[in-house]
Design a protein around this ligand. Sequence first.
Ligand SMILES: O=C(O)CCC(=O)C(=O)O
Length: 258
Amino acid sequence: MVRVEDVEFYKENGYLLVKGVFNQAEVDQMREAVEGIIRRAAQAKQDSNAAWQGDFLPPEQLKKLVLKGFHDVHYHDASFMRAAIHPNMVEVLSRLIGPNVQIHHSKMLVKPPENGAAFPMHQDYPYFPHEKHTMLAASIHLDNADEENGCLRVIPGSHKQGELPHVGAHYLNHKEYPITDGTLCEAEAGDVLFFNYLTIHGSSANRSERTRRNVLIQYRDPADFPTKNEHFDWGMGLMVSGENPNFDKVKPNFKIVD
Ligand SMILES: O=C(O)CCC(=O)C(=O)O
């Protein structure tokens, strides 16, 4: 599934699209699971709009945009846990990260038709900084994604710049980094886009008549330690490949929430 030149491409460019990681049946199960989460979130009145706010779009455009976003999806439906440890995923992850791989967290990002939210260009690093920068996102495509329905865009090689200043620790200056400058990463349902947490990325609004469903799982080497005591999610630290040589160093700090 991954050739030596693919690993080289990832190292050079900070991202890699791998085709056909999941088959149609697996994609269908995850699509149903996404619908289930949306339904249960609505029932629990926890379906607030997760669209990013800021000055990257005029306010009258921004207020119309919608994102159905939900964290820790592998705690909501087993199809995501199966995806997280799928042999095809593990094969790619162990080539890009190394023999030992851990989940950091997961989420789903659903852009509804016509008004699906945009993501200004940003790095994921400021949200959960680590020492060695092994962290990467695996963006699982549950729909064909293209320019029209707001596919992901990346700036190739940008991970080599290291940490960049973010507006309010949130996103990069949108005048310096317009979304449209990003390289389009068009993909089909079942494909996975892997990108490092330092790679600048974002996506435009969904202006098509099609939904764009993305499930994103962050992974790291267990020997790559967080530099801040924050962003603890359910499932942090689950091993998907190899062993944890430092089990006593980093432990999630879970709290019971009423
Ligand atoms: O799903 C997308 O289009 C972008 C998601 C993203 O940039 C993120 O979650 O950091």
